[in-house]
Design a protein around this ligand. Structure first.
Ligand code: 5AD
Length: 349
């Protein structure tokens, strides 16, 4: 009885444009009831349909270097993981991979790497200029970099930037990122906004030490930034990191966060994350039916793909780009959606 009352209150409040109070968010996230998840997913699906339509945007991601100068406790690329074989793609090969993505019909290319100073501002700017000649939208996901680099890349034609805050809790952030502070990350997000990037950020669900209150604040932070793109994915333990022994993030809880993100940021571009489909075979469908409107396709050359091991058992480590694109088109059609034909730009924050 109480369960349905919670769901019904939530629904009618949202419909009356009352949104959610932090208390309600806390209650929703702590409720173990499946009906609550179902109600939220249905609402998120409706809002996605009204605000963003049927289209699913495909982003081709090229993971061009797994060198990283940071020591994030959850991440397999962290600098102290000596078990990992490191690689760097040459600028030429990055450009070739991006051209390949464009030739497969992808309208957005995401360049992602660890924080790797080998790629100076100038080198990456040159790569960006070359890739932009194909007409694709270009997203960077290369970590915290100085304002000058971000500016150079924006001038070179980069459109978007992904930089997750990972957790909105300053203490948890400091514990997970030794020597680093949440405030610096937020400053970097502010710089991106000032430079006119479409900004993406988000969190990891199920991090050791994370509480429901922290998750509520994660949602409120995403809403306040506000974002063009949001990334919400489950924590997946990596045995070669300090957090190896901890359990993975909970899939229903992640789906709840995803649905709430759609409800709080109705026009955000929201992927069904790779981490979600790595934990759960049906992850893409569950995400797309619960508020998401974006899929990331891994177009890193197959030779490097398994080495970009942020977390283990990452999905799609071996499919050829052509196959991946075909399979994705089929999946989108099967669930009654369509592949977007436009580049899928988002709001400026
Ligand atoms: N589990 C889930 N997500 C992770 N990331 C890094 N390591 C993990 C992990 N073990 C995510 C971070 C980062 C993105 C590129 O990958 O959120 O921003």
């Amino acid at each position: 009885m109480i369960k349905m009352t919670l769901s019904e209150t939530i629904k009618s409040n949202y419909q009356k444009n009352l949104g959610f109070s932090p208390d309600q968010l806390r209650e929703l996230l702590s409720s173990p009831d499946l009906p609550v998840l179902e109600v939220l997913q249905n609402m998120a699906n409706q809002v996605r349909q009204i605000q963003m339509g049927k289209a699913v945007h495909l982003r081709g991601i090229i993971e061009f270097s797994n060198y990283c100068s940071r020591n994030c406790a959850y991440c397999g690329l962290n600098r102290y993981n000596t078990a990992l074989h490191r690689y760097r793609m040459s600028p030429e090969n990055i450009i070739i991979a991006a051209h390949h993505a464009a030739s497969l019909g992808l309208r957005t290319v995401v360049l992602q790497s660890g924080e790797d100073a080998f790629y100076t501002g100038e080198i990456l700017a040159m790569i960006i200029k070359e890739i932009k000649k194909t007409g694709v939208a270009l997203t960077l996901s290369v970590g915290e970099r100085p304002f000058q680099d971000l500016q150079l890349w924006r001038e070179a034609g980069a459109d978007r930037y992904l930089l997750k805050f990972e957790t909105s809790d300053p203490d948890l952030y400091a514990r997970l990122h030794p020597g680093h502070q949440l405030a610096d990350r937020l400053t970097c997000l502010q710089h991106l906004k000032e430079l006119g990037y479409q900004v993406g950020s988000g969190n990891i669900v199920g991090l050791p030490g994370q509480t429901v209150d922290i998750l509520v604040n994660d949602l409120l932070l995403m809403q306040s930034l506000p974002l063009a793109m949001a990334g919400v994915g489950p924590f997946i333990p990596h045995s070669d990191t300090a957090l190896g022994p901890f359990p993975p993030g909970n899939v229903p809880l992640t789906l709840k966060l995803l649905a709430l993100t759609r409800l709080l940021l109705p026009r955000v571009h929201l992927p069904a994350t790779t981490a979600l489909s790595s934990l759960q075979a049906e992850g893409k469908i569950l995400g797309l039916n619960g508020g998401a409107n974006v899929l990331m396709l891994n177009l890193t050359p197959v030779a490097y793909r398994s080495l970009y091991e942020i977390y283990p058992q990452k999905s799609e480590v071996s499919e050829a780009p052509e196959q991946l694109v075909l399979d994705t088109h089929r999946l989108i059609k099967e669930i009654g959606r369509e592949v977007a034909t436009d580049p899928g730009h988002g709001r400026l924050s």
